[in-house]
Design a protein around this ligand. Structure first.
Ligand code: ADP
Ligand code: MG
Length: 454
């Protein structure tokens, strides 16, 4: 019944065998039952989202901070270095567009303290291609039906409405409007392999409903068809583009020389970029670590003491591994007690972090080399597991011990110096079996879930 409900509701993914065809599709993995989430922490996560929007936007506009923070990283990490080069290049040329559109997702786990109380701890903030806002707009309906079938209509009525797709589209529509050309389209910059297309279609369709035209293009298409006119308006085969919404571009593997050229063309253009390259850099793990340093938030958000307090209350311990005394000490601490930490490189998309024995081995190997600085260290969050069923096509049905990660979507639009939109746009709950240390839904580890507030 649950699977049929998911298929009917459109909680869908293309298959691994035919990732670019919609002739055969299956349901996106999800939990049979909603998972309990402490109401106070859920509300705390919503309450801090506008603050995080403000912070990401402030970081993206602070060249000195980005330069200082990423200086050690770009010496050893080629990908971040290449992004940074484009960032500097477009600043030196002068930005062609004063409108900025940010769509991010701040992810949290509920850290279980000694006395059994849980605390909201940020895992990371995703400033590029944060996904599942579309599909998760439909999962609450599925869980509502499942609860009713189980005779739990009272509980079913408690599940909150949730529509990030609409919220994200609102932001994109606002940026499109400020760009100011009826003819111009919104361009979704998509991957070569598009298994998660239905998630994006949810947002696309919201835009079509507003009579905004959407096209889907890959970096390769931009390289082949993209051009700028004298005032750096972006055209794809003669069609003007108002907004570029990246659902691609956050892993090094997608960039060959042509795709780097395409990226540069987009960044130089007058189209509104979501995100622009500065905002992508603001989402790096190195920036996250520096934000947690004493006094940094105060410098970035002067005059916002309450926002700073709300933001800081969600931080887990984060540590630099830069060369020097502080880095030496933290490397030694983590080697001595690896289960306390997570070791993170400057990568997105799941499956890159190191835990336990592997963390120890890698740190042992690189502890005296500059390569160490391409990583950061983070306290490991330890949530209280709960039982649930993870429904995945072609997998046996079995009960698993699970932990959940809550994401809040944020949307903002800035025009020049003024924030004209700043909102929380909905939530995403992802749940995975405890034997997996890392990984999201796209990585095949976590599944879609719905919070049941307790
Ligand atoms: P990515 O950019 O690859 O998504 P994340 O920082 O979100 O990187 O880490 C990926 C996954 O690893 C998370 O979804 C979470 O399950 C797990 N993880 C990350 N940081 C921690 C942490 N500090 N404690 C426990 N688990 C973590
Ligand atoms: Mg993540």
């Amino acid at each position: 019944v649950a699977v049929d409900a998911a298929l009917l509701a459109g909680v869908l993914m293309r298959t691994g065998e035919q990732p670019n065809a919609s002739d055969v599709v299956n349901y996106a993995p999800f939990t049979l039952l909603p998972s309990a989430v402490p109401r106070a922490l859920f509300e705390q996560a919503y309450a801090v989202q506008q603050d995080f929007n403000l912070l990401v936007d402030a970081v993206s506009q602070n060249r000195e901070f980005l330069e200082q923070t990423l200086a050690s990283t770009i010496k050893v990490d080629d990908f971040t270095a290449r992004l940074f080069r484009i960032y500097k290049q477009v600043l030196e040329e002068g930005l062609a567009q004063t409108v900025v559109l940010g769509i991010n997702r701040s992810d949290y786990m509920f850290d279980c303290g000694l006395e059994g109380t849980a605390a909201l701890r940020q895992i990371e903030i995703n400033t590029i291609a944060a996904s599942f806002g579309g599909l998760t707009s439909r999962t609450a309906d599925v869980h509502r039906l499942v609860l009713k079938v189980l005779g739990k209509s009272e509980e079913a009525s408690q599940l909150l409405p949730n529509n990030p797709a609409k919220g994200l589209a609102l932001g994109i529509a606002k940026a499109w409007e400020l760009y100011g050309s009826q003819r111009a389209v919104v361009m979704f910059l998509v991957e070569e392999v598009q298994r998660n297309i239905f998630d994006q279609r949810c947002v696309e369709n919201e835009l079509w409903n507003r009579n905004i035209r959407v096209v889907r293009k890959r970096f390769r298409d931009v390289f082949e068809q993209g051009s700028l006119d004298a005032s750096r308006r972006l055209y794809m085969d003669g069609q003007e583009v108002a907004v570029v919404y990246y659902r691609e571009g956050y892993v090094p593997q997608v960039y060959d020389e042509q795709n780097w050229e395409a990226r540069l063309l987009l960044e130089r253009s007058r189209a509104v970029k979501c995100p622009d390259i500065a905002t992508q850099l603001a989402g790096t793990k190195k920036v996250q670590q520096e934000l947690s340093r004493q006094g940094t938030l105060e410098k970035l958000l002067p005059g916002h003491p309450e926002a700073i307090a709300r933001i800081r209350a969600t931080f887990a311990g984060l540590y630099s591994l830069d060369e020097g005394e502080e880095g030496d000490r933290m490397a030694a601490t983590a080697i001595a007690d690896p289960d306390r930490f997570v070791l993170k490189p400057q990568r997105e998309g799941g499956g890159n972090n190191l835990y336990g024995e592997e963390l120890r081995e890698v740190l042992e190997k690189i502890k005296d080399s500059p390569e160490r600085t391409s990583y950061i260290l983070m306290d490991k969050i330890k949530p209280q597991p709960a039982l649930n069923y993870l429904l995945r096509a072609h997998s046996p049905l079995q009960v698993s011990e699970c932990i959940s990660e809550l994401g809040i979507f944020g949307v903002y639009v800035r025009q020049g110096r003024e924030l004209v939109l700043n909102q929380a746009a909905g939530h995403l709950l992802r749940t995975k079996a405890i034997e997996h240390a890392d990984g999201g839904v796209a990585a095949g580890v976590a599944v879609l879930d719905t919070p049941y507030l307790v």
